[in-house]
Design a protein around this ligand. Structure first.
Ligand code: ZN
Length: 416
């Protein structure tokens, strides 16, 4: 039971970023007609079933009135069919294929093909032919997948669950044996109260033990949310029933009407904003630390701007590298085989004019990488932590606009 609770792979920031960029690129594409095909293949789908489905779509497409659309759709289907021949079965998370004639300005189109192995399993087979590629299932995978423990509790029932992204998983429902307030005849009120308190204490202990068992083993547990109607949830939290390690992770208590699976969903809704804030807070804190250093009269332990940070990174001076997610630049290397001229520089995109500034013959592009990729790689080599900062806060925007999207908190001063 616990193993399913902790299952669910966590993407690294870098993987998430790469995936995001691919989606960004695909999203901008459109067809001139309804002729772009999106295909989602779950891991347990047989390839020959998919092929049969596509062959059927192929014959259906003979009904398409526009000759060019028909030709393009059929061409795309054929291209997918031949692509699928490389697979005996889908990869572990399934396969996503986007194929079609993409408009490239004027009357021109270009046959375009993307084959992605998604970072999470595809759950539903889907074939779609539209003027744009269908990306929703992939976008869902990008939403935050940090794990939060959930407990909804009152004196009669408790439910323990795990929240990952928008998915709530029920781990266990526990019914209490706390007697209701109806006292049996002949019992003294005092004795009855005492019995209730003992039963309640046993119930809370049992809930806490279950929660400890589940949550203490979760490596990526970010925090714990506690919900329920009335004051019981606060009593449960404040009395310290949970293991002290978990107690520290409690984010807050929230009012919910129910203490079953539905209560867990209510808890997710109630806590949503708070969780988004927490993420943003972390980014803000990093940026504030950077700004504090920058403000120091001696320049502090900070560096910013591509060149300065690259230099500090290479000598191992960077503790934490801050990169804006909004950075859209490439590192481009040019080389002239005629005269030996070489140059590496940062630009928006490869230059259109490749003429060698020295001898005038044609240079060739030797390097063409995303600037964020380049910095990630450099950081990895010297063991520096990288934090991708979103543009969702004022500080995040400042990183992009005022510091060129790259800054660093240093281990030691470099006199830069
Ligand atoms: Zn040259």
């Amino acid at each position: 039971m616990e193993s399913t609770a902790v299952a669910g792979e966590k993407l690294t920031d870098k993987q998430k970023y790469d995936f995001k960029r691919a989606i960004e690129e695909i999203r901008q594409l459109h067809g001139r007609g309804t002729e772009l095909i999106s295909l989602y293949i779950p891991p347990d789908k047989q390839i020959y079933d998919v092929a049969a489905y596509l062959r059927n779509e192929y014959s259906q497409s003979s009904n398409i009135k526009s000759q060019s659309t028909r030709k393009n759709v059929q061409g795309a289907i054929q291209s997918i069919l031949s692509r699928l021949k490389a697979y005996k079965k889908p990869p572990p998370n399934g396969l996503v294929i986007f194929v079609g004639e993409v408009a490239v300005g004027g009357d021109q189109t270009r046959m375009t093909q993307f084959v992605l192995e998604p970072p999470e399993p595809i759950t539903t087979f889907l074939y779609r032919c539209d003027s744009e590629f269908y990306l929703d299932p992939l976008l869902d995978m990008l939403t935050e997948k940090k794990a939060y423990g959930m407990i909804v509790i009152d004196r009669s029932e408790a439910t323990i669950g795990v929240l990952r992204g928008k998915r709530v998983q029920v781990i266990k429902n526990i019914q209490s044996l706390v007697p209701s307030k109806h006292r049996m005849g002949g019992q003294s009120a005092l004795r009855f109260e005492r019995l209730i308190e003992i039963a309640a204490h046993e119930f809370f202990t049992k809930v806490a033990e279950t929660a400890n068992e589940v949550f203490l083993n979760m490596k990526d547990l970010q925090g714990i949310l506690i919900g329920g109607p009335g004051p019981t949830k606060d009593y449960f939290y404040e009395s310290g029933y949970l293991h002290h390690e978990l107690q520290k992770k409690v984010i807050d208590t929230f009012d919910t009407g129910y203490t079953d699976e539905y209560g867990l969903r209510e808890l997710m809704e109630k806590a949503k904003e708070r969780l988004e804030d927490l993420d943003l807070m972390r980014e803000k804190r990093l940026m504030q630390r950077l700004l504090e250093e920058i403000r120091k009269s001696d320049g502090g332990l900070a560096a910013y701007g591509e060149e300065e940070v690259r230099r500090d990174l290479l000598i191992g001076a960077v503790d934490t590298l801050l990169i804006s997610e909004g950075l859209r630049k490439r590192r481009i290397g040019l080389e002239c085989t005629n005269c030996g001229y070489k140059q590496v520089s940062t630009m928006e995109k490869p230059p259109e004019n490749l003429q060698c500034p020295i001898c005038g013959s044609q240079t060739s592009i030797t390097t063409n990488v995303d600037l964020i990729d380049e910095f990630y790689e450099l950081a990895e080599k010297v063991g520096t932590k990288v934090e991708l900062i979103s543009n969702d806060s004022e500080e995040g925007e400042m990183l992009l606009k005022a510091f060129g999207g790259i800054a660093a908190i240093l281990r030691f001063r470099t006199g830069g």
